[in-house]
Design a protein around this ligand. Structure first.
Ligand SMILES: [Ca+2]
Ligand SMILES: [Ca+2]
Length: 547
């Protein structure tokens, strides 16, 4: 310990030549270290927990199989909670677990209040909730409200005739178009026509996505009530909140189909429902990649969080370049005009887009630097399962090409990789042996070790979950720098966009006094008058505590 302290002090005194380790050595400058574990517990308790949590997006089908049928399931996921908590995960978002004919990997729900028998039973979900809560972890479910499966009993009834009790629960038309469904004249999202003929009614139904996913008619109050009742069912069961699938697309109009006033009114009803329960939160899958602001309402009446996909889905482009502004501008634009308290959800991937490994063109420092921004910028990080291992894509499609990023978790080396004792429902991705948790956990240079250290570095520090974020533009255009302040502390994050040479930049208006304390990564920083001079290695990143 004393050696580490001496080495770090030496490092900070001979600023130029030193790069230091990622470990959290004690402060050389008199910055007191509070009990971070106790602080983390406090921050993760109560209604603001979602600001401070690290959330993990889990595809139940691919996390852990418990019965040898090759399909991941709820008991399997429950058995892996210790590993996820050891990584630094505080909450799970489960992709849809409802019964489904699987035309869209579960995003075609056939029963809003049931559990897919491939994944287990309601009792298995209760067991997962109990086990997670006992660990202080939270569980959010995917709520897919825009459409159901065409196998849902509601649609089976609706399609049977023009005068049944649910005849108006979906969006029907005599022709494959409707003037009051503006978006319905375009192609559906997944390639087919947006209208499909039902022979029994001799009418067409509208589907924004696959033909097996008819859009519900939210102009019908019975649909509003039925879907809110479904949400209430899970809240009563103890789930901690929802990730709301394409929630902006609920209601269509002649003028538009994305977050129109009727959709916003529904979201307010959903929020009011959540607010009847303590400590619940919901996050919007934004369909607007420029800004998440429409999802926040007045900051209290719509979503607790909304995904920033402008960064989350497109970071591969700026990180292939050398301009820090390409990142900071995206992060600033998305938040412009947001109400106080709006909380973005930050990702570098999801079940819908290529693995970070692909987006980074296989350059490890790119996904690591992007993940560093994700964990240190303003917002709540959502890790897509396997990102912590640098998981690589698969080559097999079962449903569609998005299965490339939905392959099973390789927990161990060897056949089945600890995921299953049987044959996995889809083959593992490339390099499963060397990207297995077993292989990476023992290697301090691995992606897993990187993620574990990074999550530990931000843990119990209020500034990251709820603090302000100020971008600092120094004289090197390649250095992305921002200050986070909150909870009486301030931090500086620096990332070099340059992959060839070290970058030195002079930052002004940096808070705190004394020399910054390196918490994570490798860089040097020294005060010169009112400025802070920072040198970041090529492909480098670092997190400093300022005060
Ligand atoms: Ca199974
Ligand atoms: Ca709709």
């Amino acid at each position: 310990m004393h050696l580490a302290r001496a080495a770090l002090a030496l490092c900070l005194s001979i600023v130029a030549a030193c790069s230091t380790s990622d470990d959290a050595s004690p402060p050389p400058t008199g910055l007191a270290e509070p009990d971070r574990a106790a602080l983390a517990r406090r921050l993760l308790t109560g209604p603001e927990w979602y600001r401070h949590a690290v959330v993990y997006e889990a595809y139940v089908r691919s996390l852990q199989d418990s019965n040898g049928d090759g399909v991941g399931d709820l008991p399997g996921l429950t058995s892996r909670l210790p590993e996820l908590q050891a990584l630094g995960v505080d909450a799970l978002w489960l992709m849809p677990i409802n019964p489904t004919p699987f035309a869209d990997s579960g995003y075609d729900v056939a029963d809003y209040t049931g559990v897919n028998p491939d994944y287990g039973t309601l009792a298995d979900l209760d067991a997962l909730l109990a086990a997670a809560h006992a660990r202080g972890m939270r569980v959010m479910l995917d709520l897919v409200l825009n459409h159901t499966s065409d196998q849902h009993p509601w649609f089976q009834e609706s399609r049977a005739s023009r005068d049944n009790p649910k005849a108006d629960w979906y969006v029907w038309s005599d022709t494959p178009s409707r003037a009051d469904v503006g978006c319905g004249t375009f192609q559906a999202q997944f390639g087919a026509e947006a209208w499909t003929l039902s022979k029994a009614r001799n009418q067409y139904y509208f589907h924004r996505f696959y033909p097996g996913q008819p859009d519900l008619n939210y102009r019908n109050p019975q649909v509003v009530k039925a879907t809110l009742d479904a949400a209430r069912f899970w809240l009563d069961r103890g789930v901690d909140g929802f990730r709301c699938d394409v929630i902006g697309l609920l209601v269509e109009s002649a003028d538009g189909c994305d977050m129109i006033p009727e959709t916003q009114a529904y979201i307010r009803q959903l929020r009011a429902l959540l607010d009847e329960y303590p400590d619940r939160a919901m996050v919007a899958e934004s369909t607007n990649y420029e800004t998440a602001v429409p999802y926040f309402g007045d900051g209290h009446d719509m979503f607790h969080m909304a995904f920033n996909f402008g960064f989350g889905y497109f970071w591969g482009f700026p990180f292939a370049g050398t301009e820090a502004r390409a990142v900071s501008d995206k992060l600033e634009a998305s938040r412009r005009g947001a109400p106080p308290g709006a909380q973005e959800a930050l990702v570098i991937g999801s079940h819908d887009v290529s693995r970070a490994y692909v987006a980074a063109q296989k350059v490890p420092s790119r996904w690591r630097r992007a993940a560093f921004v994700q964990m240190t910028a303003a917002g709540t990080p959502f890790i897509y399962y396997g990102e912590e291992l640098g998981l690589r894509p698969g080559k097999v499609k079962v449903v569609d090409s998005r299965d490339y990023q939905r392959t099973p978790m390789p927990w161990t080396r060897g056949p089945g990789h600890g995921f299953t004792t049987g044959t996995p429902w889809i083959p593992f991705g490339e390099g499963a042996e060397e990207t297995s948790l077993e292989a990476e956990a023992g290697d301090p240079a691995s992606d897993y070790a990187f993620y574990q250290r990074l999550l530990a570095a931000r843990r119990g520090r209020e500034a990251f979950g709820a603090g302000t974020m100020t971008f600092l533009h120094g004289d090197s255009p390649a250095v992305l720098a921002f200050e986070r302040a909150g909870g009486g502390e301030a931090y500086l994050a620096v990332v070099s966009m340059d992959e060839a040479a070290p970058q030195t930049t002079r930052l002004s208006a940096v808070g705190g006094e004394g020399e910054p304390r390196l918490l994570f990564g490798a860089a040097t920083a020294a005060r010169e008058g009112d400025a802070l001079v920072v040198t970041v290695p090529a492909e480098g990143m670092a997190l400093f505590r300022l005060r």
